[in-house]
Write a protein that binds this ligand. Structure first.
Ligand code: GLY
Length: 411
């Protein structure tokens, strides 16, 4: 299916975006008024962190010892767990560690440490590109907080496993081994590069750094469209590195803009700038931010529909996970942009997202939602999998964004 998209990026759009983002239903207008009534300050952060600690204590009591939480089935009031090899396995311990840092509640650290023990074996997993999510969001935070050298060793081994998926013929890290693809690379893969930057620094081996440059440059070249949105999957010829096809897996259509894919790109290119200081990566991140924030289908509360090309309506699913990732990435982009107006734009947008996600529209009631913090994320709508549910990565990036806000704007 071909989708026509009329997008105009303009200075006017930048200046007026807070009042001009897309169609609004009367319900959205009311939500917006509720959202605007609060503001982000130390009390707001504390209230949401205290609430999240209580939720995660509840979630911790429901998760089987040898599993990680994945999502929650509301109809059956049942937690859906995953094994350690599932791509999201690092988020739950990572969130617990952020919550420990922000609250000082040692029950969060104890729950995280128990999960790190079962997660360690993934350091040898060479069958997935998701080791950044699995090992860096978990052990990366654990090492940063505790300084335990064992966590460093686990991550260095994990980074070596991830590097085996880089092949010079393509100059990219291969995303999947499944399916009929030749050499699939998904935009999500940009999220692994933060882990490899860490490995480059920690090991002194710049091969990881060079992998990142190569992967990011090919991604800019092949994943992005004229309007700065990105394809989800690029399939390359494994021997020549030539692009075979540009497709989607989790989006509405091959040429649509799957919301979380745009968020992974925004976060990934912001990290590329953080670790290289090469302006082309900052420029790429800013282009993605503009595409996202100025999109005519972006709802007023800045929690996007699951795909930017999905029809805007009250019944179209939102993706709170994409909003949470955007909030965290925009706060970091605020720190790097050279343009004061853009810096304010990114910060205001992130504030608005955090206010939205902390409102009763997206945040769970205490003791409900299987102990997850946020409701209303979408895993993969085309596969009818995890639609309008809580997801561990929505919680992770929401808490990360609250932490960034506290560290960078309130201290
Ligand atoms: N990396 C898979 C996803 O974002 O759903």
């Amino acid at each position: 299916m071909k989708i026509k998209q009329a997008l105009t990026m303009s200075a006017l759009g930048l200046a007026t975006f807070l009042n001009s983002c897309g169609p609004k239903s009367s319900n959205e207008q009311q939500d917006h008024e509720k959202v605007e009534a609060a503001s982000i300050n130390a009390d707001f952060i504390k209230k949401n962190i205290d609430f999240s600690v209580q939720q995660y204590q509840h979630l911790g009591s429901l998760v089987p010892e040898d599993k990680l939480p994945r999502t929650y089935n509301k109809e059956e009031d049942k937690l859906i767990p995953s094994g350690t090899s599932w791509w999201t396995s690092g988020f739950y311990p990572g969130t617990l560690l952020y919550l420990f840092e922000m609250s000082g509640d040692s029950s969060m650290l104890a729950l995280a440490e128990q999960k790190l023990e079962i997660l360690e074996k993934e350091k040898d997993n060479k069958g997935t590109h998701d080791l950044g999510f699995m090992l860096y969001c978990s052990f990366g935070n654990a090492y940063r907080i505790t300084g335990n050298e064992h966590y460093k060793d686990i991550m260095l081994q994990g980074a070596e496993s991830l590097a085996t998926r880089f092949h010079p013929e393509t100059g990219l890290i291969k995303s999947w081994d499944h399916g009929t693809w030749s050499y699939p690379v998904i935009i999500d893969n940009m999220m692994n590069l933060e882990f490899l930057f860490w490995a480059s620094e920690a090991s002194g081996d710049n091969k990881y750094y060079n992998i990142n440059l190569s992967h990011a440059d090919s991604t800019i070249l092949n994943h992005f469209r004229e309007d700065n949105s990105s394809y989800h999957v690029i399939d390359y010829d494994a021997t020549t590195g030539k692009v075979i096809q540009k497709k989607t897996h989790q989006g509405l259509a091959d040429d649509s803009a799957w919301a979380r894919g745009q968020s992974w790109g925004l976060y990934g290119f912001t990290v590329m700038y953080r670790d290289t200081k090469d302006p082309k990566y900052l420029e790429q991140a800013e282009k993605i931010a503009a595409f996202t924030l100025e999109h005519p289908n972006m709802p007023e509360d800045l929690v996007p529909y699951w795909d930017f090309n999905a029809a805007a309506s009250d019944t179209t699913y939102r993706d709170a996970s994409a909003a949470a990732i955007n909030a965290s990435a925009l706060l970091e982009l605020n720190q790097y942009t050279k343009d004061a107006k853009k810096a304010e734009w990114y910060k205001s947008a992130a504030e608005k997202i955090l206010l939205s996600l902390s409102s009763e529209k997206y945040q769970a009631q205490l003791g409900k939602n299987g102990g997850f913090i946020l409701e209303h994320s979408v895993g993969s709508l085309p596969h009818n999998s995890e639609v309008d549910v809580p997801l561990t990565y929505a919680d992770y990036y929401y808490i990360e964004a609250l932490k960034r806000y506290q560290d960078w704007f309130l201290n």
